[in-house]
Design a protein around this ligand. Structure first.
Ligand code: PMV
Length: 323
């Protein structure tokens, strides 16, 4: 009754922002992402009749909010498996949490795979994606390999992610630049609830399918400049919705803005590099593999950069050996 799994974080090229169902995390729109090789969570889950209560440790810390979300997820797994055994969950991340690097995506994907296995369930990739989605929406995209689409679906059973292309389809690079590891004030969960209050949210939804199809086309043709333009424009659109929600959400710090300007300047000077970001201050730079050293060189000596993590496209969540 013990299993360990690892799962990557992912970066959305078309973002999930706003839910039709807050409890089930049914999204307003379909989204598309790439798994990240350098940002991951490893989680061990053990169910045992000798445990009196659930015990959850994330990066060595017991936090009430995280524990509550994790136990709710364990309850979903226990219900599916028809057990009421308590569990011990030990989870570790190799990157800072709550700073816009999608730790809940890797976290709930790894938890779903490990907990399902430890509970004796034999779930398909689709079933694991549906389970992970209920913990954190974007976690459903960290289950399949490589470049992944989450179809919004009609209901819980049809809202899941599937791989569009394996990780080795395209060797593009995502460079994460940590400008601050301070935790954000409003989580993505809180942000999704505010999305509909922006006057620009409905216009966004009316164009989103077309945008998604353009990103898919750029992936299928491996057309980097098209992808980069679409991805950066989408990140700014996401933050335009956040900035104009009521109350407004401002995640950027001076370091975030400096990097955005630097990327645009470098592009003007001939380096094909683009940025994207999620709910938080930290930035992802997207470039072709051959431009990776130049892109890292652009930021590595800046005094406000705390950490640089270079990512390739990665496989999805998986059980670790020895289970
Ligand atoms: O899965 P959540 O609730 O953490 O929401 C993710 C929201 C974004 O990161 C901003 C967008 C996305 O699709 O990953």
């Amino acid at each position: 009754m013990k299993a360990t799994a690892t799962a990557p974080s992912n970066i959305a090229f078309i973002k999930y922002w706003g839910c039709r169902d807050q409890e089930l995390h049914l999204p307003e729109n379909s989204s598309l992402s790439m798994n990240l090789s350098g940002l991951f969570t490893t989680t061990a889950v053990e169910f045992s009749p000798s445990f009196k209560e659930d015990h959850v440790e994330i990066d060595g810390i017991r936090d009430k909010t995280e524990e509550g979300r994790t136990i709710k997820h364990l309850d979903r797994v226990r219900k599916m498996a028809g057990i009421d055994t308590k569990a011990r969950v030990i989870s570790n991340n190799n990157f800072p949490l709550g700073t816009g690097l999608s730790s809940s995506a890797s976290g709930f994907a790894a938890l779903s795979v490990a907990a399902a296995k430890a509970a004796g369930l034999d779930l398909s990739e689709r079933e694991l994606s549906i389970l992970a989605r209920q913990g954190s929406g974007s976690a459903c995209r960290s289950i399949p390999d490589g470049f992944v689409e989450w179809s919004k679906g009609e209901d819980s059973g049809s809202s899941y992610a599937a791989s569009l292309y394996p990780a080795d389809w395209w060797d593009i690079i995502d460079i994460v630049a940590v400008v601050s590891d301070e935790k954000k004030g409003v989580s993505s969960l809180g942000g999704h609830k505010l999305a509909g209050s922006s006057p620009f949210f409905q216009p966004r939804l009316s164009r989103i399918e077309d945008k998604l199809n353009l990103v898919k086309k750029s992936l299928s043709e491996r057309s980097f400049l098209d992808l980069g333009e679409l991805v950066e424009e989408e990140a700014l659109e996401l933050h335009a919705i956040m900035l104009t929600s009521s109350p407004s959400l401002i995640y950027w710090t001076p370091g975030t803005l400096s990097l955005m300007k630097l990327v645009k300047k470098a592009r003007g000077d001939g380096l094909p590099i683009y940025f994207t970001l999620n709910t938080g201050q930290n930035i992802h730079l997207i470039c072709k593999k051959e431009d990776c050293d130049k892109a890292v060189g652009l930021i590595k000596d800046l005094d406000f950069i705390k950490q640089i993590i270079v990512n390739s496209p990665a496989k999805g969540a998986r059980l670790l050996e020895g289970n």
